[in-house]
Design a protein around this ligand. Structure first.
Ligand code: NAP
Length: 527
């Protein structure tokens, strides 16, 4: 199927897709139905997990004006589904249902909420394959990686099912003998959760898990590019016993939905994962109603390879940190800083490893690199590469669109990158590894910290003393030492500087959904 003129008219209410996928219209690849993807969609449709309506107050609903938005398979350009394109009215109803559900959901015991979340976790795991297929279909990452995301995403539901029972308060030694001082932790209320396309499941469960566990209710807005996984997860939440209104999903017109969430006094918290630019807008718009705000924004991760690193470990770690999800993660190594003495050896070994990556449709056995999300993403990568080359950088490997067409891009390694090039300042969000040379440990720390972002950083060294000195000096929220994949539900995830506010995952992630109430019990000496 190709995007026809009529279809394009039908989605005029919803931005972005027309322009970002417009190049698909001229690509011959999109005319061929990928057999694998086609049969997968058919199977998913029959399984009841391919939902296309929004979820409001426990009911699956079309948008009120019947507008729809198309969801595409980025590997083929095929239309997977038409989903409801919602806006302000649907969002207001979702907020109202969440507000109503809050009273009963927050009054359940932690143990009762825990059981519901545990059942949801079990269902997510039981449907790991189908959810993985949905992720590959709408996001493009290789199936194995997609199934890995389901395990990772589900782990937040399991973790917070357990953590629900550990929301402890405090008793403070009183300042006067006739008083007793208590601290209670209580759920904040209705939460608006806005999530990106690069982890269609995990970015949702990382927010909804702690929100529901603490007694909050939620309105989720997934990206219009990848709403299907969110809707399938919500279907499983209903089956697990999450009551009507406790979890709503609306998607479509992002600015309208965002405005409705931000201006409503009933929404007490906004949690957002996405670009720094949108995060800043949301933060400003949350000010008039003084909402609590958590932001997980863009990164510019350095992977620092010192002369004393184990070459194999550094290559393997940097490869994983850079090329996961075809370079489309906020914690992807954006700059590879390599010390003088190991630079050439590393460049050679790393390029050899990158050459072995297999680009292809995520459903094809052996593919390790799927397509980029849309043509705008490829154009951005192309312009960054062009800028670097025009300023003296040299392409060792790749450096252009892949012969598969569509939005596939060759895994790329570029050497002699310097700090005046765009790719060392901004998120590439694609499979391009720029190698930057440095001389001393001080230089590495200075270059690594010379950015407004501060999410993830990686260092490779065999010196314990050096690793301590460097991770203490790095202005980042997460640091991997001799390790390229470090995210886990049991550890806090979040950035410093303009990479965000707050933490997700771990015991710290729960605090984002709780208010602290101090209670002073007076007149205790009266008999
Ligand atoms: P994005 O364009 O900022 O979109 C993120 C979400 O915000 C989407 O649901 C989007 O909706 C919505 N949105 C856009 N404009 C909005 C508005 N005016 N009001 C309300 N919502 C709005 O980011 P993205 O391109 O999807 O994701 C990539 C970015 O996310 C990268 O910068 C990456 O580093 C960052 N990220 C950060 C983390 C982290 O944990 N720090 C994790 C993953 C990704 P539509 O898609 O429907 O337009």
């Amino acid at each position: 199927m190709v995007i026809g003129a009529a279809a394009r008219v039908a989605i005029t209410g919803c931005r972005k897709l027309v322009s970002s996928h417009s190049s698909l219209l001229v690509s011959s690849h999109c005319r061929h139905m990928s057999m694998d993807a086609g049969s997968v969609s058919e199977k998913l449709r029959n399984s009841g997990l391919l939902r296309t309506q929004g979820l409001i107050g426990g009911k699956w609903l079309d948008s009120y004006d019947k507008k729809t938005i198309k969801v595409y398979n980025p590997a083929t350009g095929e239309i997977i589904a038409d989903v409801a394109c919602m806006g302000v009215r649907e969002t207001n109803d979702a907020i109202a249902s969440s507000y109503e559900a809050f009273t009963s959901w927050s009054r359940l015991t932690a143990g009762e909420r825990s059981k519901v979340l545990r059942r949801w976790y079990d269902l997510l795991i039981a449907h790991k394959e189908e959810l993985g297929q949905l992720i590959t279909l709408e996001q493009g990452k290789p199936l194995k990686e997609a199934i890995g995301e389901v395990g990772y995403g589900a782990s937040f539901i399991e973790y917070y099912a357990e953590e629900a029972k550990r929301v402890y308060g405090d008793i403070i030694p009183p300042n006067l003998s006739d008083r007793r001082l208590l601290v209670l932790k209580q759920p904040i209320g209705v939460v608006g959760a806005i999530t990106p396309w690069n982890f269609p499941l995990a970015m949702i469960t990382r927010k909804v898990g702690p929100a529901l566990a603490s007694g909050c209710t939620v309105v989720v807005k997934p990206s219009e590019l990848t709403p299907l996984t969110a809707l399938a997860a919500a279907e499983l939440a209903l089956q697990a016993g999450v009551p009507p209104g406790a979890l709503n999903v609306v998607m479509g017109n992002a600015p309208e939905i965002g405005d409705a969430l931000l201006t409503s006094p009933q929404v007490r918290k906004i949690t957002f994962t996405g670009s720094t630019a949108v995060g800043k807008k949301l933060m400003a718009a949350a000010a008039p109603t003084v909402k609590k705000v958590s932001l997980e924004l863009g990164g510019n991760a350095p992977s620092i390879v010192f002369n004393d690193a184990d070459l194999d470990v550094a290559v393997k770690g940097t490869l994983a940190a850079k090329f996961r999800n075809s370079g489309q993660t906020c914690v992807c190594a954006n700059r590879v800083l390599v010390q003088d003495g190991i630079y050439d050896k590393f460049a050679e070994a790393f390029s050899e490893a990158v050459q072995k990556l297999e680009v292809g449709d995520g459903f094809k056995e052996g593919s390790t690199q799927g397509p980029l999300i849309n043509d705008a993403a490829v154009q951005k990568v192309e312009s960054f590469v062009q800028d670097a080359v025009s300023k003296g950088a040299k392409i060792i490997l790749g450096g252009k669109r892949h012969s598969l067409g569509m939005t596939f891009y060759e895994p790329t390694v570029i050497r002699d990158v310097s700090d005046n090039m765009i790719m060392s300042k901004e998120e590439i969000f694609g499979p391009v590894a720029p190698l930057i040379r440095f001389k001393t440990e001080e230089d590495a720390i200075r270059i690594a910290n010379d950015t407004i972002a501060g999410l993830a950083a990686y260092i490779f060294t065999n010196s314990v003393q050096r690793s301590w000195r460097v991770f203490e000096a790095l202005e980042y929220g997460l640091v991997g030492v001799n390790e390229g994949i470090i995210s886990t539900e049991v550890a806090p995830f979040g950035g410093v500087k303009q990479s965000g506010l707050g933490r997700e995952g771990s015991k710290y992630g729960m605090d984002e959904y709780l208010e602290i109430k101090y209670v002073c019990l007076g007149d205790m000496n009266r008999h």
